[in-house]
Design a protein around this ligand. Sequence first.
Ligand code: PLP
Length: 430
Amino acid sequence: MTFVNDLISRNFSRSGQHVLVAGVSLATVAERFGTPVFVYDAGVLDRKLTSLRAALPGSFEISYSVKANPNKAILRRFVAKGCGLEIASGGEYQLASDAGCPFDRVVFAGPGKTESELELVLAKGIGELHVESLVEIDRLARLCHRLGATVNVALRINPTGEAEGGAMRMGGRATPFGVDEESADVLVDHLAASPALRLTGVHLFTGTQILDHEILLRQYQKGMAIAASVARRVKRPLATVDFGGGLGIPYFPHERELDLESLGQGLARLMESSGKESVFNGTTFLLEPGRFLTAEAGIFMARVTDVKTSRGKTFVILDGGMNCHLAASGNLGQTIKRNYPIAVVNRIEDPIGVTADVVGPLCTPLDTLGRNVELPRPEVGDLVGIFQSGAYGLTASPVHFLSHPSPAEVMIDAGIAHLIRARGALTNLS
Ligand SMILES: Cc1ncc(COP(=O)(O)O)c(C=O)c1O
């Protein structure tokens, strides 16, 4: 069974030639809502969250990382199921608010937070602000003084040593994220001199798309040691230790699913050993997964507008490309360009008839969603689905490039399709 067929069997279903999402055929979705479109299966979102929760020790909480997919329907779903949210901008704070997330369940990370963003969260409330530099600490202290506010802060620490294994590394080397472990003590002391900033936690996040539980566990172990040293320096336990996101999902045939059971067992052992230290009395441990919770639930679907050959090579041209789904084109940080899982979702039973490049409508060779993809011989009007597309899809794409309307988003929940973002509905100034 090919990788894409395997994914369809695992998360979706088939009826004749058609792929069904939560009981609704993708052809029906295309008919009703048009293309290009992102389609999400609410049941898959729920299943991912439930499986992660079941694996984690009781002292863990989950804060969904909004940047992976900020659609309000998705935020609302996770919030309703008890997740907090991790945000990285004033805009994401507004989305968290609109989704009904209590402000004390919101944590705010990211470099370069502006005065107006900080003012907003100080005025309305925030669970924890992840401070990432000396400049930021001073900016926050000044604002707190001016507004008569106090705030819980977590120091984001960039650990020493290479954090191996992730597709994109945010720590373990020179980065703009957080403060280097080597200078953490200086920053902790600096924070102690600003009483309006209560140091309640430590935040670490070193890489995304990690599929090896051993690598994650090594990072968490290192995080525990760093957090213990911060707690000893401030002479009290920390309220939170936040290990960030980074849990991966398989995109390519050689990749295996993250072994959640082993991850959970390793975390239980880690809690058993270091978690029992007095510096962790009453500490809540946080994970901020984005991709893990949403990627598998989403399919990007576009319609074939042309099929042509050039010098012996077949090109299948879709009505949406990297303008809708930059990550699938390999231009969002992939060093080796590999194809996301692709299928013709209205002719799923047809035999392979062609090896083609699947491209979007933009006038740039970068707009290639699949290279040398084996497909049934496609025809104009066919529907192409790109799987594993629920995270870093629309939100991470240059939708204004070439001024096509942005794609719609549809969530299918127990057999009912809901339009959760209309086509072209991105913020416009006029
Ligand atoms: C601070 C922070 N937390 C969480 C995440 C989510 O990461 P992932 O989608 O790999 O779980 C990111 C992603 O960049 C991040 O920067």
